[in-house]
Design a protein around this ligand. Sequence first.
Ligand code: HAM
Length: 429
Amino acid sequence: MTIAAPPGVFDVLPDASPENWRSSYLWIYVETIARQLATLFGYQEIRTPMFERQELFQRGVGDNTDIVSKEMYTFIDRGNRAMALRPEGTASVIRAYIEHRLDQQPSQQKLFYIAPMFRYERSQSGRYRQHHQFGVEVFGARSPAQDAEVIDLLHSFYKGVGLKNIEFYLNTLGAVESRTAFRSALVQYLEKFSNALSEDSQRRLTTNPLRILDSKEAKDQEILAEAPSLYDFLTADEKIYFESVCQLLEAIGISYKVNPKLVRGLDYYNGVVFEATSDALGAQNSIGGGGRYDGLVKLLGGPDVPSCGFGAGLERVIQTLLAQQGTTTAPPCPDIYLVPLGDEARSYCFKLLHRIRQKNILAQMDLAGRKIGKAMQHANTLKAKYSVVIGDNELGKAFLSIKDMATGTTEDVALDNLEEYLKSSSKIP
Ligand code: HAM
């Protein structure tokens, strides 16, 4: 009996077919751009474990969020500790930030990661039980320019990958005081309609009322049309901060829409929040989001440092790329393929293979002991540019007979000039 992968997860394969978003070539392409841009913006990579103590996410992300209450992969380890597979990156990065006293390291305040996250969600197109995020977290700066820089990096990432028609939505949740006052007013208003709200929203009325704002249910939206607006509860300073972020984005040509109903699904946000959506995806169209979470580091036992960040879902980024332009990457092909005939030739070729690779030339050789016909077929399957057959006769010679796989013509090349020949050939850049 064969064993299949669990539902909601997938394998990334070296498959270059144009429709396959699980092609490792696309993943490498997207991850390389993320790394290059993060570095360009002055962010350094952090890697945290895939599992943490469960309590970290309960306190960090919030007990009442769907992510923690319904979707977390939890387990008791052999030491009887309650653990959880990381559902998101922010809480883990903060845990590491506090544990390693990174607040004392002025050069390590802007961090990025590319990492898998685990959420037991109903699996559907664009929603997986293991997904991957390119994320950043910045500590120590509370200024509109810092929020704008984070949004600029996310925007540059989508652009760098080649995505089009990405919409950015912005909102501000204000500080705890403003949000608490708004929350009471909202609950007071919604309680009048509690029986008419969707089942989910009725539940959220007591657990997480702000989340009702981004309900997709028509009946909820109808009721919300007359609900109090968060904006009316913000202080003058909070409004100025938000407007400054908006102005900075305009100054660098990033378009966005203000969406007063954008609250995000995690409890830790305050101040400016944002989300990006793709028009190439179905219902699960959010390809990234983030915001400010001042106070969270302190809540988790660290210093009182302001902080903000984002997480972008790489599956959805790659799916958008494919939907909009088809694959742009192809697997690398060998520059030369060596076919040894006989044992002596095999060990000679192996040394030659090593020598060619040291010159940074992509070389492969038949390692499976194929007969000459099958070996040439293999060279064709790999799309090798040149091949060379080496038998006992060729061993003592100073020349190799190199075959151009596209034209079928052969040319004698001095062994000493082989690498030069391959490099200077028009086919190899
Ligand atoms: P999030 O909005 O929960 O934020 O996730 C960020 C992105 O991850 C989403 O916009 C989406 O693209 C992708 N994503 C989330 N869940 C799934 C899933 N089940 N399948 C596929 N893709 C998914 C966070 O996680 C925050 N930690 C972001 C952040 C960092 N905020 C501040 N710093």
